[in-house]
Design a protein. Sequence first.
Lengths: 273, 451, 399
Amino acid sequence: MTVIVRLQKPWFPVLRQRPHRPTMRRSFIYPHRSIRSIQAGTGKLVLAALTVIALTAAIAVFQQPLLLVHNQLCLALLQLSGIPITGVAPVELFAPFGAAPVPVVAVQEIGNHPLALWTMFSAATLVLLELHRRVPFARSFLVFLMTLLTMAAGILIFHPASQFGSTEFAAMWLRSELLVWLVLPWFSASMFVLIEPTPLFGVAWAILTQIYGFAWSAIRLAFCIAAMHYSGILFAPIFWFALGFLADVIYLVVFYSVALQWAARHSWGKRTQ
Amino acid sequence: MLVVILIAKICLVFSVVVLTLYAVRHYVFAMSRLFLKHPREWMEFTGFMLPRTTVLVAMHNEETVAADVLQALVECDYDWEKLEILAIDDRSSDRTGAIIDEFAAKYPVIKAVHRESGEGGKGGALQFATPLATGEVLLLFDADYFPGRAMIKQLVAPFCDPQIGAVMGRVVPHNTGRTLLTELLSMERAAGYQVGQQARYNMGLTPQFGGTVGGVRATALRAVGGWNPESLTEDTDLTFRLVVRGWKVAYANRAECYEEVPETWEVRRRQIARWATGHTDCLHRLQSSVIHSNALSFFGKVDALFVLGCYLTAPVLVLGWLASLVLFFSPQAHYVPALTIALTFAGYQMFGNQATFYELGVAALLDGAARRVLLMPLNLFNFFASTGAICRALFRYYAGKLSGSGGQGWQKTRRYRENGNGKGFANGHGAPPGLYSQGANGIYTCRTTHV
Amino acid sequence: MSDFIAWRFLLFAAAFGLLVYFQFYLGHRQWNRLKGEQAGEIDVNYVRTENYMAQSFRMKVKDWLQLPVSEDREFGPVIMKGRERIRTLPGMDMADHATCDDILVLEQNFSCGQGCSLTREVLVHGNSNIGSESRLQSMAADGDLMLGEKVTVARWVDSSGELTLSAGCHVGSRVTSLTRIRLAVGVEIPSASAPQIVTAAWDSKLPGDDPGPRELLEIAFPDGSEAVEESLAAAKLNAKRFVQLGGDTWLYKGHVRPPVPVRLRRKLAVAEDCYFPGGSVLEFDVKAGGSIFLGPSCVVRGNLVADGHVFLGPGCRFSGLVHAGKTLLLSRGTRGFRPDGMVAVYAGEDLSLETDVALKGKIASGARAVVIDAAAAQAWRDQRRIQDDGSPVDQVYTS
């Protein structure tokens, strides 16, 4: 038997909640992961370019106030941690950027105190060796730290004139961090703005990364200077290589991973994950 | 002292240049993979290209995994009239030979090949067995792999192109949740295949034939002189011998196969040491052929050299670190940031095994691996471990070359599971009975359930 | 003044250590969550089937029909699957512009008038006839299925009988049939698979036996002899540009543009473009780094692969696979058949078929497969600067 269906619209206005009319189901199917790609439309490209320009310009234009705030944050943390601050000194960064204020802290000339030097070196080495024994997956990283430590000790023993103070360390730090802040927008534009399904989320994340990088730099510098106050330059290479650049890459990777987690959840639909 | 500083600067600049070139290359790969469509897509031909195929599985003391891989191959949906499986017992001292014989007795598609003596690891076994192969296409699987039912059809599809000499599929670790290392390696593999291999293929460069989950055309193999049993990485060796002659290598991203990755750092270090030594040895043997090849474009040659030299980035990075360390204590510290930061962004980003962290991320994004991607920062430790292992291996390699004492010998990667324990991944009973029927053309169609 | 015991610094160091750990906290926490999980990324039981979606739907319907039946005031007996209704009916005839938002299972025939909208899947055990300008989600028919003009299907269509797509139909996903698919001019689909795929004005003829020996210039491959060199010169090929890749495969570094029809008895990879005059016979696989253009009535017994465009002139016959990295045009009268298997045609971009094209197997594209008329085919050729016979505009063949 055939059923004939005739549907008619009601002739009177219906004063009730309009029934939900379903639309076509899944008009777009996300392709298999082997052939996926994402679109970088003109809008996204323009937004990415604007992000780069805006962030880079902000750093360039406001670099003096930024460096001032950076220094103030650093000073505050040093004071909270009980480190006596001798003063604030300007240091030359790069020619176009002028001078930046940095805290001046008395640094232990540990090269002239062999007992203290050997005590700290031995203690640190023992800690690293113990970690090397207990944590297999971090062994190579610990060897890297031990190399830095040994090199510093060697310099202190054989070339004590190489010792430097907090001002020089802070100058090196700020020079490198300033370059990091200038490179970050380029990375953020391509890795956040272009990749995120919601470009504005990418822009917000780029700004957040920049702010975090700035604040985290001040905190790390404060710690490094505070530690140098007690240990001289024995741990300075570790601070420079591990807490400096490596830490920059780490936080960048963390922000990148979080951004990607959000993007991966929202890019392909639930059934494709 | 000035001389030391000068040498340190030269070393640092050299490191920065090399690593920046690699960084740019990986960035281009990541971006091209992310935003561009594939120009070559073979998967629509799955089931339409059905050449006579020989599957070679070389096994040396693989009693814990042999039955699984053979069972999986038997359950592949390829027409047995066009298929043979050569299960190679390579001088095994355990029950591998007996297991192979049992399968050969039960399934006519499997032929047992016993190698009682000879040199060389896997390359030697393949060299021994290949003359017995009757297929136009030779597919290779390692014993610890789980080929899916469609795997053979997916891998042979690109061979419709007469210029394709070899095809590589994608390997996916299955033991990801066992240790932190396996999760990290899973991300690395994803980056290497989903991004690196696919990007190179899309851009007309050379994806690497990996020696497993891949295939080679029999005529192409004969044309380049067969397998090289002396190479620790016979797959890399074959890849570039093929391309310098004019053959092409295809990458089939859809042909995904489970593999087992090292679960401990010690096993991982041995594995990567073998790869580093083998790759670098290939570089020294094949670089001249690559440079003088008429078959490769300029960028093809450049990329080939980058691939062959990729493990040298580890000692280059260490050289850069040491140079930075010297400069750190010198009055030249003003220059240190600019160069060291370049070194950092170029070198430290090598978080994966020759895959940068943005490649890891792009791969995770394309895979939809939202949960795994958060592990990326932990890859820092894998990165340092890999760098250390590679440097030690290359030191031994070059020391061996200088002293003439020979290099690292073949070492089998340890297996972690036993037959049948991979039940979640082995084919087991396959698809529900009655659903699929295979036509004379080899294409499966679903039978209608309407009676 | 610094503390005697640097307790404030130690507190700062501890806090700093926590901040450093915080960088790894998310990773550490995620590792704890993932520990012990097995990978489930790959379906090892996956087997590629061309009509998978339709058959998967049929299987699901079988399961759904086991669910309890409830009584609906408006529709009578229905099965509720979540918020969706499944209705089982003997047959159905929908009037013009009618809509239906239910999953339908029809024991007999189904038809709908013009402009209807079916937003959910329909399984028809009999024949199905869809009126023009209607919109469907998906449909599986065990009999014949006819889609009227300008019908839009969001996803797939499948039939066990003959499946006809009238002019202007658009299908969003695969079109499959166990019998025959007929495509009218203006149809746009991503892929189709059937024992016969035919376009409008097909003359109902399958390719017969080989038309017989032809007078063709046989392309010989360099062996150092003068005779071979002369033969190659006749084909306008330079012996020095040949490289033997393997026993049966050669590479030619340049264009291949023989002025007369040729027979090729080896696998050939060409670095640039290939133009084979009408009547040529390619016994084995041919690959071009550029494009491949075949003149009328060429016979291809191997596979054709091009990184660029592929053009098969009128009346060409092929019995292998055809792969174009960019666009592909099958001219009128093209036939793709193989007695012991199926052929497949794929274009990375648009795949165009003229009228009177027939093949046994599959067509697929990275963008769309579209049936075009003679004018559009001419525009295709003009854009790629080739003439009707596949020869480049800037070259005239002399017999």
